[in-house]
Design a protein around this ligand. Structure first.
Ligand code: HEM
Ligand code: HEM
Length: 251
């Protein structure tokens, strides 16, 4: 093989790695990062004033209004990008390719955290989607329902029931929320370097404060939502389970 040829090949491989890395970064921001923000905001609507859980019910109904488009949107917009980001994420972790470019001026501890929180987020999401999303139904999961058998609202009740199912569920959620939010906030900070937006130490430091603030606020929103479901009174207000409705008609 001529030297020129092998050089061209090396350049092509580099270009390929560059593209994969940029796609990994992009999928982490859009759509997954945007999804996480919107998802935690939607969940926090359980804290809204008014009849218990009605605002959350309406928020989820707006998403389900996509009708037959919901499944393709979920697959193309969430599951496939998440699968791609996770596979490349695990490859980066296993090949031990440390992105020192990001941490020339900071501690490597944040980068180890970025990897660990990615792994935690992965297992949390597997558990969470099995537990609530209908894809988990063949495996005795997928307990989320938008409506109960009588056609009444059931979004908040079924979510709350899942979170209250055992004492350890809420702590697992707290860890899942904090890991995902750290991973996104620190990921936004490193992606600003990946995309060449923050170059000088000073701008990286400023971006650090903004990303930390963002992380604190989003954590509070996520944990607030969790608390809202944990303390949700099943059978309260306008939202009743199928069982409590049946009981009410029998008495
Ligand atoms: C307070 C915390 C959370 C609550 C109450 C919650 C609630 C839910 C519910 C009810 C569903 C099923 C929706 C449906 O079938 O229509 C769902 C789906 C999902 N959740 Fe969460 N979630 C929480 C936190 C998280 C976190 C931290 C992540 C991390 C990325 C996450 C990722 C997902 C994904 C990927 C799906 C499947 C896609 C979808 O249904 O749109 N969730 N969540
Ligand atoms: C909660 C859902 C997730 C979101 C919002 C997210 C978002 C991000 C973002 C924005 C970055 C920064 C990219 C850059 O520096 O240019 C990133 C990096 C990373 N993600 Fe995720 N991610 C998620 C889930 C995962 C999962 C499940 C894994 C699986 C292990 C993972 C592994 C990684 C790794 C290893 C990096 C560092 C890549 C590098 O060396 O630059 N992520 N993520």
């Amino acid at each position: 093989m001529s030297e020129e040829h092998s050089q061209a090949q090396a350049a092509a491989t580099d270009g390929y790695h560059f593209l994969i890395h940029r796609l990994h970064s992009l999928t982490g921001l859009i759509p997954i990062g945007v999804f996480l923000m919107m998802h935690l905001f939607t969940n926090a609507s359980v804290l809204a004033p008014g009849p218990a859980g009605m605002e959350y019910q309406k928020s989820v109904e707006r998403i389900h209004a996509l009708g037959p488009l919901l499944v393709p949107v979920e697959i193309v917009g969430i599951f496939l990008p998440l699968l791609f980001h996770s596979i490349i994420g695990f490859m980066i972790i296993y090949t031990g390719k440390s992105n020192t470019q990001h941490y020339r001026y900071g501690g490597n501890i944040r980068y180890s955290f970025q990897r660990w929180t990615g792994v935690i987020a992965f297992f949390f999401i597997m558990y969470h989607v099995w537990q609530l999303h209908w894809v988990g139904q063949p495996f005795r999961g997928g307990s989320f329902r938008l409506y109960n058998e009588s056609g009444g609202p059931a979004a908040a009740v079924t979510t709350a029931e899942a979170i209250k199912a055992a004492w350890w569920v809420a702590p697992v959620y707290a860890v899942g929320i904090l890991a995902s939010v750290y991973h996104l906030s620190n990921g936004i900070w490193t992606s600003l370097i990946t995309w060449g937006i923050t170059i000088r130490p000073r701008s990286q430091q400023m971006a650090g404060y903004v990303c930390a603030g963002f992380g604190v606020i989003l954590s509070l929103i996520g944990l607030g939502a969790l608390r809202g479901f944990k303390t949700f009174e099943v059978g309260s207000g306008a939202v009743q389970t199928a069982e409590s409705l049946q009981e009410a008609t029998h008495h």
